[in-house]
Design a protein around this ligand. Structure first.
Ligand SMILES: NC(=O)c1ccc[n+]([C@@H]2O[C@H](COP(=O)([O-])OP(=O)(O)OC[C@H]3O[C@@H](n4cnc5c(N)ncnc54)[C@H](O)[C@@H]3O)[C@@H](O)[C@H]2O)c1
Length: 244
């Protein structure tokens, strides 16, 4: 097992890519702290993982709230004694023509998709420095690499996550903390909302949406020793979209 006795915090861990990764990590022997604002889904996935013999707890927290973020790590250390891995994955989508976007909507998207990633990573790094090691995988997007119309705030935030990842990777490279990012293409999760899925499929060279389970495998690679010489980098898993 690739994550035997490792303790992993997963934000956005009760839905889509986060939930699929939680299940894969559990099957690889990890103990899990699932963080999300959705209590109902949190209770349900915690119960599901426990019924399969995994150690998992759900913590309700908003990744943009500094106090709640601190509490994630306090609870994690109290419960499991340590944290080895952060999958920093919570995020919201936002599709609206720029001329109609309010500043409040811009701020909200950047607050969750960039500020939230920073806050949760910073709190992890403080623990990892005390422990002497740690691994972070941030969820960015293929839209951290290319633009698209109608999604300015999201795309700017995700590009921020790609360069935050490079910067943190470099800052802690010599201190045994690795930081990488997952850049998904169009993945079949709730975040797609009422987007025209046929249109998304038609612009993807592999002619389908990606699956959360396919993202989880890439996250496992970056979170485990399989990627022991990789830091500050991003893995684009997008069915060929950005190769066009
Ligand atoms: N699905 C895609 O096509 C796609 C593509 C590129 C990137 N991503 C990124 O993948 C990540 C996971 O998204 P998903 O596709 O699994 O969608 P999802 O909506 O299924 O999961 C996102 C989770 O984040 C949680 N969340 C949102 N705001 C939060 C906050 N402030 N504090 C705590 N939790 C919060 C939600 O409650 C939800 O459970 C996101 O960062 C998203 O931007 C998704």
């Amino acid at each position: 097992m690739k994550l035997q006795d490792k303790v992993a915090v997963i934000t956005g861990g009760v839905s889509g890519i986060g939930a699929a990764t939680a299940k894969l990590f559990a099957s690889e022997g990890a103990k899990l702290i699932l963080v999300d604002m959705n209590e109902e889904k949190g209770a349900s996935i915690e119960a599901e993982l426990k019924s399969q013999g995994s150690e998992a707890i759900f913590i309700k927290a908003d990744v943009t709230n500094e106090e709640q973020v601190k509490n994630i790590y306090t609870t994690a250390i109290d419960t499991f004694g340590k944290v080895d891995i952060l999958f920093n994955n919570a995020g919201i989508g936002a599709v609206k023509p720029t001329e109609e976007l309010t500043y409040a909507e811009w701020r909200k998207t950047v607050e969750v998709d960039l500020d939230g990633v920073f806050l949760v990573a910073q709190a992890a790094i403080k623990e990892f420095l005390k422990a002497g090691s740690g691994v972070i995988v941030n969820t960015a997007s293929m839209y951290g690499w290319v633009g698209s119309p109608g999604s300015a705030a999201y795309n700017a935030a995700k590009a921020g996550v790609v360069n935050l990842t490079r910067s943190l990777g470099l800052e802690y490279a010599a201190r045994n903390i690795r930081v990488n990012a997952l850049c998904p293409g169009f993945i079949d999760t709730a975040i797609l909302g009422d987007s025209d899925r046929e249109a998304l499929i038609n612009t993807t060279p592999m002619n389908r949406l990606g699956k959360s389970e396919e993202m989880a495998k890439a996250v496992l690679f970056m979170a485990s020793d399989d990627s022991s010489f990789m830091t500050g980098n991003s893995l684009i898993v997008d069915g060929g979209y950005t190769a066009q």
